[in-house]
Design a binder for this molecule. Structure first.
Ligand SMILES: [Zn+2]
Ligand SMILES: [Zn+2]
Ligand SMILES: [Zn+2]
Length: 420
């Protein structure tokens, strides 16, 4: 029979990257070679041992801390460019550290709670309100390793907008009655909000807008907006468009919905807004005053090389991609050698088709492919396709070319070597 301990260890293991898996295997004195699945299987066989569970737990906690640090860096760099005082104050105004602030609208302290990991937020929410199992009736076995409240998720959902103020605090859509025939229930959220003179004056400036937003509470992609099926947004009695896809079509796993700009539908004083949808899933809806970021400002948010992958890790990754094999003893990557005689490095950006100027990559990517950072950001301003939460950082190709020069990697670089 599977104990709780084993079950929770398994849950943690599936979140591990190669690094964590190898850490665990090192501690267990087991070989670290093979594909990810082999490593997982090797640890699985040891799970009945309590000591192993403790090692997994330890490694898991370390991973959480390092991921939280990454995201904190991201949040921090976001601050650097909004040095206008009103924005700082507004961003801080939802700083409810340790307080209960839940989209259900109540602050009952009795239930079990979960805390947002954003160091500038730290609000607590009812687990039963915000942690939704994938299938209804399913039990929640494992809380997410990194929990972000919906306010912090929306803040990271679109780097082209800075939250200046929340005009309607996040609220859950509620179904008045659940149909017994299995069809999707009609869900609704309604609010009245007051637009102050100060905010109304800000809106005279075209950099500012008022945005209605919606997220799926248990979205696999944390940092994106998503509207319910058959979404109907009404502002002061007028219908506002939310999505371009048909009301019956689900958002794909790589898609992103945009917020609805409602500035033209509202005025100083009291405004009415409502959102309804025909959907069985759990959504959270809100309205915020936002300020637009330029492409240059978004580019400045991308963490610099120094905040990213350490050089040794990058080297190991590149060597692995270029056919490096482990030789000799089983411990450590120090024995990885480059066995290829020549390596062709493609410097063409897959998006623009031109040569990469500043090479960007997603932090979790284990390959060597890069794209032109500026092209990527510009393209996304228009199409909103990619997930920004992952442009965390990058080790520039420059470093790899330095390696080529010192002869650690031999290769011809399909023509020109930039930066050399
Ligand atoms: Zn709640
Ligand atoms: Zn938060
Ligand atoms: Zn990759």
């Amino acid at each position: 029979m599977e104990t709780d301990l084993v079950a929770s260890s398994k849950g943690k293991l599936v979140n591990f990257r190669m690094k964590e898996l190898k850490d665990v295997l090192t501690k267990l004195g087991l070989p670290k070679q093979g594909k990810k699945q082999d490593l997982v299987d090797r640890i699985f066989h040891q799970l009945s041992d309590e000591g192993v569970a403790r090692i997994i737990d330890d490694t898991y906690r370390k991973m959480q801390i390092s991921e939280a640090a990454d995201l904190a860096i991201m949040g921090q760099s976001g601050l650097d460019i909004c040095n206008v005082k009103v924005e700082m104050e507004a961003e801080d105004s939802l700083n409810l550290g340790g307080k209960i602030f839940c989209p259900c609208g109540t602050s009952l302290p009795s239930e079990s709670k979960i805390q947002c990991v954003d160091p500038r937020c730290l609000v607590q929410q009812h687990i039963s309100c915000v942690i939704i199992p994938e299938k209804p009736m399913e039990e929640i076995r494992l809380l997410p390793p990194l929990f972000f409240c919906e306010t912090c998720r929306i803040k990271r959902a679109d780097p082209f907008w800075i939250t200046v103020a929340h005009l309607v605090s996040p609220m859950k859509l509620v179904a008045s009655n659940i149909p017994t025939d299995g069809t999707n229930p009609l869900q609704k959220a309604e609010a009245a909000f007051h637009l102050t003179k100060a905010h109304s004056d800000l809106l005279q400036n075209t950099e500012y807008d008022v945005q209605a937003w919606c997220i799926l509470l248990n979205d696999k992609v944390s940092f994106r907006m998503q509207w319910p099926l058959h979404a109907e947004l009404q502002v002061n009695g007028l219908l506002v468009r939310t999505v371009n896809r048909p009301g019956t079509q689900l958002l794909g796993s790589n898609g992103r919905d945009d917020g609805a700009l409602i500035t033209l539908y509202i005025g100083e004083g009291v405004n009415q807004i409502s959102l309804s949808g025909c959907d069985a899933r759990n959504f959270c809806f809100g309205v915020r005053l936002v300020k637009r970021r330029t492409v240059a400002q978004v580019l400045s948010l991308v963490p610099k090389e120094t905040a990213g992958e350490v050089f040794e890790d990058a080297l190991t990754r590149v060597r692995r991609c270029f056919g490096g094999v482990a030789t000799g003893n089983e411990d450590g990557d120090s024995d990885l050698e480059i066995i290829a005689d020549s390596i062709i490095v493609n410097l063409r950006c897959p998006m623009s088709g031109s040569r990469i100027r500043v090479a960007g990559r997603f932090k979790p990517c284990v390959h060597t492919g890069c794209f032109d950072l500026e092209t990527f950001v510009e393209l996304n301003q228009r199409t909103r396709k990619a997930s920004y939460s992952f442009i965390l950082l990058f080790l520039s190709m420059f470093r790899i070319f330095k390696l080529i020069k010192v002869g650690k990697v031999s290769g011809c670089c399909s023509g020109n070597v930039p930066y050399a």
